[in-house]
Design a binder for this molecule. Structure first.
Ligand code: 13P
Ligand code: ZN
Length: 270
């Protein structure tokens, strides 16, 4: 079987098509990286003939060195991936020295991985250290999440509380809360480092005026986190200034008891 027909390419192609149709990924907006275990890569590439090397522009953490990532290309449109994965995606192996990536498949038009690869690889490293099963980092530009970030203070507790108080699913899906970064220059190592720092505590990080990052063991987990934030942000924005029936703190604490959740301290008064 060819790698293009693998479940990994299929999953990324389908989810990026879905995200485009949500209206989150205009033009080249958004990027995804999916760590694939060596045993699966070896099924498709037993000889590991590298096509070329691509410089990373930073030194990757040891935990992601010699690991394989299927990643979206920079400047590529989510809407086009499903029809031509081999041009819009690439499979890379992070080199032993952590300074470059070996291309195994894809980026057929001499392309390279997303400009946000520093944020992705640094976030993978941060999540793998707290959860060895993490495989996916997903970045996208969901409209209401960006609106909400523009309307509230840049603060993890404030953002988390407003989400939890707007939709009863929110605390259940992300009991650890959401991290928030101020508006920063994207595509840099600095925003990568700041995102990864938040990822030590959260699976979700909001980039004010830009978008959101989600992490998960699967594509479904990362996507599910982001779609729950986006749905909740939509509720928040549509009701902004009109809310009479906000979710009471006792209901959030009741959900935490029912689902045995370890919720982020300091968000709800106990
Ligand atoms: P890339 O095209 O480099 O992936 O950038 C898209 C994006 O969303 C930047 O934050
Ligand atoms: Zn972006």
């Amino acid at each position: 079987m060819k790698f293009i027909d693998s479940k990994f390419v299929k999953e990324i192609s389908e989810i990026t098509n879905n995200m485009y149709h949500q209206g989150w990924d205009e033009r080249n907006g958004g990027n995804i990286s999916y760590m694939i275990d060596e045993e699966y890569v070896k099924e498709y590439f037993p000889r590991e003939d590298f096509i070329r090397n691509i410089d990373l522009g930073f030194e990757a953490d040891e935990i992601v060195r010699e690991k394989y990532f299927l990643v979206t290309g920079t400047g590529k449109y989510f809407k086009n991936i499903i029809a031509d994965p081999e041009t819009n995606l690439g499979l890379v192996k992070i080199a032993k020295d952590g300074k470059k990536a070996h291309l195994l498949w894809g980026f057929k038009d001499e392309g390279r991985f997303t400009s946000e690869f520093p944020a992705h690889l640094m976030s993978h490293a941060a999540r793998l250290k707290v959860n060895p099963s993490n495989r996916v980092i997903m970045h996208t530009h969901p409209t209401y999440t960006i609106c909400m970030g523009a309307c509230i203070p840049v603060d993890d507790i404030v953002f988390t509380r407003k989400l939890w108080k707007s939709n009863t699913e929110a605390v259940v899906v992300f009991p650890e809360g959401i991290g928030v970064l101020p508006c920063m220059v994207c595509g840099t190592n600095e925003i990568g480092e700041a995102t990864a720092k938040k990822m030590e505590e959260y699976r979700l990080v909001s980039w004010t005026n830009h978008g959101i990052y989600g992490a998960g063991n699967t594509i479904d987990e990362a996507f599910g986190l982001i779609e729950t934030v986006e749905k909740t942000a939509e509720i928040y924005m549509i009701t902004l200034g009109h809310v009479i029936n906000e979710i009471p703190d006792e209901v959030i604490l009741g959900l935490a008891r029912l689902w045995k959740l370890r919720i982020k301290p300091g968000v709800i008064d106990e």
